[in-house]
Design a protein. Structure first.
Length: 143
């Protein structure tokens, strides 16, 4: 059996949604290990770090840390492009909540950067394609 090494990940954006991400990663997934976090709100960052045993770090320190393989971008959509771009330029894999960017051209640039830097870029489509909205659509379509 092939052994798979977990990726060390940093959570960027420690708002309400970060709880479920961190809990799920720590309790249900062994392939991604959350090890650090950053938020512009230092108190919120420190609270999440203490609560989940993460290292609070500046975003610059996270980008420069070679032991961190991946960024989980939980910032607001307007910040996704810049946060993700910097991560890709530092050869980090990125998973982003919501959308890749608010502008199609920026989204394409991020895809191109991920390819050029040989890293993975993923986005959660739950906002529009998740079970709740799909169920509502099913009900409306059947009415």
């Amino acid at each position: 059996m092939m052994e798979i090494n977990a990726l060390n990940a940093a959570i960027i954006g420690c708002g309400v949604i970060s709880d479920i991400y961190i809990q799920s990663l720590q309790e249900k997934f062994k392939i991604i290990e959350p090890v650090a976090c950053y938020d512009r709100d230092e108190a919120r960052m420190n609270t999440q770090a203490e609560k989940y045993g993460l290292k609070p770090m500046s975003y610059e320190a996270i980008l420069d840390d070679p032991s961190i393989d991946m960024i989980i971008n939980l910032t607001n959509p307007a910040a996704h492009y810049e946060v993700t771009k910097q991560a890709l330029l530092h050869d980090k894999h990125v998973f982003s909540e919501k959308m890749i960017a608010v502008d199609l051209k920026q989204g394409q640039e991020l895809c191109d950067l991920a390819e050029a830097h040989h890293v993975r870029l993923g986005v959660a489509p739950d906002t529009f394609l998740g079970a709740g909205i799909q169920t509502a659509r099913y009900i409306v379509d059947k009415a």
